[in-house]
Design a protein around this ligand. Structure first.
Ligand code: NA7
Length: 502
């Protein structure tokens, strides 16, 4: 096993840490990674509270047919714990769920987790955080880390009559494992990454598939190939080979997608998408599937199977506007009724939820809603003004879309670890200065306005209510650069109000 690199190797420096209690909210990829980091720092006085009954976050929640990660498996893993078990380019959702469960056990995180504990409120009271759970339990912590994930809260479309439908209605992120699509007339609303995976995985077994497409999507045709078994074996038996495999997969991914936001290196990427689209033989269908915005404006869908699936005779791409849902099916704006047995809502997530619906109240009674009423004020996506000793992983203006989320988590966790080190070592309270937070947000927004996400003229989950990206168009190298050094002068640092327990 490759050892985790940590920001704080010197355990002498952190001798007071046992006296600080830390609560991490969420046992997904970010929460587990934060726990590993704390243990590496010699901190064991932490607890991870998880609302559900197992670890794994998004890979526990998303169990729809065909669910897979479209970042190569050899790269979508912690760099110190390479995934050497997945045999194909892309891991399935359940393989990733297994991976994170295994990590939690191997790195002795399991014992720190309390399952079935959902935090509704976090309040800063006299120098400590007071957390309230859905059960009314009160928890106290000196430091809190929100590791709640990003695409977490499902977006349910507002469509008249949806509740009146005679059959099952299921959201892609809340799949019913007992639901069989075999031989059924299935309507999939949406055609993003989740829908495309569902369509490819179910086209052979459903009776008929209606794909209700509001906006055509670009699809990058990356085939899910088997990894050379000899290469896999080498990675399994040698740490250095495993790291090499990780590096190769990372470099391939970066070369393909890292330039998307800036519109860089677009020629090959665009040509691959256009070629894939041109594999659609029927000109009418091809026209329906042709986007009217540039490649990369929306999060690029990755699929080596979609165009084959969508051309099957039992699939209809429906572009007419949905008027309402009725007991028998979906009524279109042109008056036609499309009879259905099952409706699948592959309609995405509220990508701007972040910590919410949890309520957070910091100094001077300032709430999360107060500081996020205009823009999502925060510092480096990991800290919030007015919220001392409260940190986030993957907060607003984190990069995304064309970087592996695991790599972002790695960088954020290392940064947060250095703040925690300071809090514990010097027994202080620490929160970012308002003006430095404003500068971070201003810079991120201005940078984002130069990207294809903004200039491309499409709508997507990248954008806030004003149409400005909430996603930071940083490459992984730029993110590392931004977060290499903790600039403590950007923070208000003052002695802790609470005595150090000895
Ligand atoms: P996405 O990418 O947000 O896609 C949601 C899809 O649902 C998209 O095609 C939307 O159309 C469609 N949608 C949403 N609301 C409606 C309504 N009311 N009517 C019709 N169609 C609707 O979510 P995914 O779950 O596929 O993927 C999320 C991310 O997960 C993905 O980007 C990867 O990073 C992994 P629209 O394009 O808005 O017209």
């Amino acid at each position: 096993m490759v050892r985790a690199e940590t920001a704080t190797q010197n355990t002498m420096k952190v001798r007071k840490m046992a006296s600080k209690h830390i609560i991490i909210i969420g046992a997904g990829a970010a929460g587990i990674r934060m726990g590993i980091q704390l243990r590496e720092m010699g901190i064991t006085s932490f607890q991870i509270v998880e609302k559900d009954d197992s670890v794994g976050g998004t890979w526990r929640d998303n169990t729809y047919p065909g669910v897979a990660c479209d970042v190569p498996a050899q790269y979508y893993c912690y760099p110190f714990a390479p995934n050497t078990t997945v045999k194909n380019t892309f891991a399935t959702g359940s393989q990733l769920w297994d991976y994170f469960q295994d990590i939690a056990t191997r790195f002795e995180i399991d014992g720190h987790i309390r399952f079935g504990v959902e935090v509704t409120d976090a309040e800063w009271v006299a120098g400590r955080w007071k957390l309230t759970t859905t059960d009314g339990e009160i928890l106290h912590a000196d430091i809190v880390i929100g590791a709640v994930g990003r695409l977490r809260v499902p977006h349910y479309p507002v469509i008249e009559g949806l509740d009146d439908f005679g059959g099952p209605v299921v959201h892609s992120a809340r799949w019913d494992k007992n639901l069989s699509l075999e031989g059924k007339r299935v309507g999939v609303i949406g055609n993003g990454s989740s829908a495309v995976q569902i369509i490819s995985a179910t086209v052979d077994s459903v009776g008929h598939l209606d794909v209700y497409q509001r906006t055509a999507q670009w699809v990058y045709p990356w085939k899910n190939k088997e990894i050379d078994p000899e290469e896999l074996e080498r990675a399994r038996t040698s740490d250095s080979e495993a790291i090499r495999a990780y590096d190769r997969a990372r470099d391939t991914f970066r070369a393909l997608f890292e330039g998307i936001a800036a519109g860089a290196d677009a020629e090959k990427r665009n040509a691959a998408c256009v070629d894939a689209l041109n594999s659609v033989k029927d000109p009418v269908l091809r026209a329906k599937l042709t986007p009217d915005y540039p490649v990369g404006c929306k999060r690029l869908v990755v699929s080596g199977t979609f165009y084959d699936a969508i051309q099957r005779p039992n699939v209809s791409v429906v572009t007419e506007r949905i008027a309402r849902v009725e007991r028998e099916g979906i009524r279109m704006a042109d008056g036609a009724l499309r009879p259905l047995d099952i409706i699948v809502l592959a309609t995405g997530f509220h990508a701007d939820s972040y910590l919410r619906p949890m309520r957070v109240t910091g100094e001077d009674g300032m709430t999360l809603d107060d500081i996020w009423s205009d823009v999502f004020l925060n510092y480096n996506s990991i800290a919030l003004p007015f919220m001392p000793n409260f940190f986030m992983v993957n907060g607003p203006f984190s990069p995304g879309g064309s970087i592996s989320i695991i790599e972002i988590i790695e960088t954020h966790v290392n940064y947060v670890a250095r703040l925690i080190d300071r809090v514990v070592r010097d027994h202080v309270e620490i929160a970012p200065k308002i003006e430095r937070s404003e500068k971070f947000v201003h810079d991120a927004r201005e940078r984002a306005k130069k990207t294809i996400w903004y200039t491309g003229g499409c709508s997507s989950w990248y954008l806030d209510a004003n149409g400005v990206p909430l996603v930071n168009p940083l490459t992984s190298t730029q993110l590392e650069e931004l977060m290499r050094d903790v600039v403590f002068s950007d923070f208000n640092v003052r002695p802790a109000q609470v005595e150090v327990a000895t």
